[in-house]
Ligand binder design. Sequence first.
Ligand SMILES: [Zn+2]
Length: 169
Amino acid sequence: MKACPEYREYVYLDVLGELPPEKKRQWEEHLSGCPHCREERETTVRFLKGLETNAPRPLLSPHEAMAIREKVSRTISRETHWSSLRHTFSKKVALLIPIAAAACLFLVSVFALHTWWSGRAPKMASNTTVQVEQKARLEDMEIIKNLDLLEQMDTLRVLVKVVDNKDII
Ligand SMILES: [Zn+2]
């Protein structure tokens, strides 16, 4: 059965408690005399009660939903932070690779130069030693020459003295 078309709206408004007070008396008078509208009203009330009891309960309470939402957004922001950090780190690593390669090349060059230099160094040292020895020998020779000269000088001095004394005598 259907409610009278002119009162159909009243049925729903009454069930929902939204019927304006000035229309309530008129509606109640009609309802007491009209079985169609009474039945429609009862059907609507049963339907709404059925909805309330049988409707699936929300899986999460608003509080639980809020907590999960916060957790998810925290996780997302943390992951974004980490991924940006990873991105920065990989960029830095990418920058560091040529620098590290250059440093390795430099170290290898230094090592090679050092090895080459150590290979040469003993020869240089021996050359220097020979030169020093030769120089020392030359110096020795000069000292010997000087000594000879000194001896000659001494002899001369003695001679001069002798001559001088003779003069005095
Ligand atoms: Zn009616």
